[in-house]
Every structure is written in structure tokens, then in C-alpha cells.
Design a protein around this ligand. Sequence first.
Ligand code: SF4
Length: 297
Amino acid sequence: MEKIVGGTRGRFALQTNGIFLDRLEPSLLQKLHTILVSVDGSEQVTDRERGKGVYRRAMRNVETVRGNGYSGDMVARMTVVQGTDIFENVIHLLGAGLFDHVHWQLSFSMFWKSDVTEPGLQEWLTKYNAGVSSLAHWWVDEMARTGKVPGIVPFIGIMRSLLSGAKSGLRCGSGDDFWAIMPDGRISACPVAVDFDFSVVGSIQTHTPASLPRVEVGEPCASCDILGICGGRCLFVNKSQDLLREGAYAEICGTVKHLVAELQGALPRVRALIDGGLVTAADFDYPEFNNGCEIIP
Ligand code: SF4
């Protein structure tokens, strides 16, 4: 049975830890456009956060569903905790030969007031930014070498905006083209903020998507120079700044600004590769719909 939504065929995305992914029937697999699997990088890095054996089981199951005929977009969805070598772990997942794309987001726990901050965060953030720089150089070098755009989601999404000049709203789409429906019918702009008043914008009994009020990010995003590229990163964090450690918002934004600056630096080379016919602007048209990748880490 095909699902028709608003006159167009519905597209389904699954976000999973991968543990029981192999149990999905091939007939269900074929209906999925995207599968996002939570792995954080190498076996050591993934198992440290998710438990012993998780990496091998998730990777084996990804291989199984590929063998069972899944041909859609397979995304490795990393949560990056303090200490992670971003360069090594993204390269590891891309090199596994199982994923079309790799996406990551920084773990909230580094910035939350209620979590214990490990010593050395500032040093690690410096290393993280350096790793992002190395990865951006590698990404463009690979394009030049192979004529293919490696599937690093944050880079592709931001480069797409830089190439087109189009301004972006919140990349996760929360309150714009994405809502979470609660079992009682309430509609939440953000799926992780269902208990927060700012996020509950209506209900399926009283609203249609067109009649739902938009939720905009506030300061410091509203007056940020790169709002049109970043989009405000995360609605929940923007609206819950009182839950962050002092200075944490600026620390997060420091990483976003570094990432955007690296891609702005790479833009002339990417344009030259497009002009030279080695890659095309269409190679950066990802994701084709809001598939759960927030683009901004
Ligand atoms: S970089 Fe920071 S302040 Fe600027 S738009 Fe992004 S989240 Fe907001």
C-alpha cells in the first residue's frame, strides 16, 4: 500500500540504534527512504558510549539489511562526545563501505548545567575544530581526486547554501516543516521539547499544518551574522539557555562558526570543481527532504 500525503507519496525515515534492524521484513525495508543508524565512529568509540558489542551488532545489521535489498539512503548518525577524534571517526564510518552519508551532532552533555563537565573541554573543542578543518580539506581533495562528493552531511548541507546563496531557517525544520505529534494529539514543534510550553503549538484536533504558529529562534541567533547559514542550530537549546552552563552557548557557536568559515574557505575550490565539470551543483542537493539530519552539528 502506498501512503499518499497531501497529494504526494509519503516518504518514511527510520532512526534506530540498529540493534534489531535485521528483524525488519524486506517488504517494510523497501518502503523506507532513509535509515539513520546511531553509531558514533569506531568500535571503541561507539561501545564506550552505547555498551559493549553495540558497534558490531549495528554494523552487522546494516550489512544484513543491505543484503535484504534495502537500497535507500543509509546514514551513520554520530553523537560526538568530548574526546572524540572527529576526523578519524568520520573517515572510519565513510570507509566502512556501508553508509551513504555520515552526520554528527555534538553531545548535549558537554554543555548542560546538570551534567558534570569533564576537565579539558576547551582543549578538546580546539582539537575538534582542527579535526573539522582537516576533514574539510580531505573532503575537497577527495572530490578533486574521485569526482565524487563524500557524504559528509554537515559539509554538503552548508555548501549547498553557500553555492545557492539561499538563506536557511532551522535546519531540523522544527516548527516549520517538522512537528512531533503526541499520543494525546498535542503538536510539538521540537520532538525533544514536548514538555516545554514554547514547543507545544497546537493539536491535531484544532490545527492544520498551515494554521500552526511558527516558533522562531531568539537571541543570540536572531542577530547572528551567519543566521542565514546556520539557521539557529537547535530550537531547544536556543529556548532553554538557562539549562546551559555559563558560556556554553558561545562555545557551541564557536564550533559552528569555525565549520562555516572552513566551508566558506573551501567554496572557491568547490566552485572550480563544478565549473570544471568534475562534480555538479546537484551533488550538493542533500537531503532531498527533511530526513532527520539537522545539518549543523
Ligand atoms: S552560530 Fe550560534 S548564534 Fe549564530 S545562528 Fe548558529 S546557533 Fe545561533
